[in-house]
Design a protein around this ligand. Structure first.
Ligand code: SAH
Length: 212
């Protein structure tokens, strides 16, 4: 890897530490996964700045701090089965996979699904990608130890609560223009504990699929 990008990556990781990311497994996944590979080369010089960047279909690769924060909230263990809603560039999925999780990720834009699936296959065979509407989850592989939603949801979709394992956790940003980060712990079939972790801004979670 180019030494300028390598230096920028180390600076990003120490910045994440200063902003409150303490889980060493999360930080070492940031070390292992090259964010610049997930975006177009004209944006590489910005790849390790702590901000979201444009990808295809009017979507974004989330800000590194947001990726780190959501991942840290999930307390990922090796072997966890994780459902991600919003594959996008595949960066968040790759971070989870680098931590030893088995990742199932769903995307509603067919073009993003096709391109990102191909790319993820090239770099990491452990990620299973799906084209579909994340409001429905992926029932055929449920239950999941963890669920991560990477788009701003209008509410907490019921199918996702159902597909979460008892003792499992879901992290989901909920709200219209800005979102509150919510962590849901499933304590029994019908019992959940919710915690709130500050405001974030995500692209919206939209119903149905788009073929473009
Ligand atoms: N995790 C991604 C973030 C991409 S932005 C990354 O690391 O790059 C959020 C993504 O969620 C977008 O690609 C958007 O198309 C997708 N999305 C929005 N609504 C969705 C839905 N209902 N089902 C699945 N994906 C959805």
């Amino acid at each position: 890897m180019n030494y300028l990008l390598q230096g920028a990556k180390h600076k990003l990781i120490s910045g994440l530490r200063e902003k409150g990311i303490f889980d060493e497994n999360v930080l070492s996944a940031f070390e292992k996964v090259d964010r610049h590979k997930f975006i177009e080369s004209c944006l590489w010089r910005k790849a390790y700045e702590d901000r979201p960047l444009k990808i295809k279909c009017g979507q974004t690769i989330s800000q590194p701090f947001t990726v780190a924060f959501q991942t840290q909230l999930l307390q990922i263990q090796k072997g966890d089965k994780v459902l991600e809603i919003g594959t996008g560039s595949g960066y968040q999925a790759a971070i989870l996979s680098a931590m030893g999780a088995k990742v199932y990720s769903v995307e509603r834009f067919e073009e993003l699904f096709i391109d990102t699936s191909k790319f993820l296959e090239e770099i990491d065979h452990k990620i299973f990608t799906f084209f579909g509407d994340g409001f429905n989850g992926i029932p055929q592989f449920a239950p999941y130890d963890k669920i991560i939603v990477t788009c701003g949801a209008p509410n907490i979709p019921l199918p996702l609560l159902e597909q979460l394992k008892i003792t499992g956790m879901m992290v989901i940003p909920v709200g219209e223009n800005t979102q509150k980060m919510i962590r849901v712990l499933k304590t029994s079939k019908n019992d959940f504990i919710e915690e709130m972790f500050g405001n974030f801004i995500f692209v919206p979670m939209l119903k149905n699929t788009e073929t473009i």
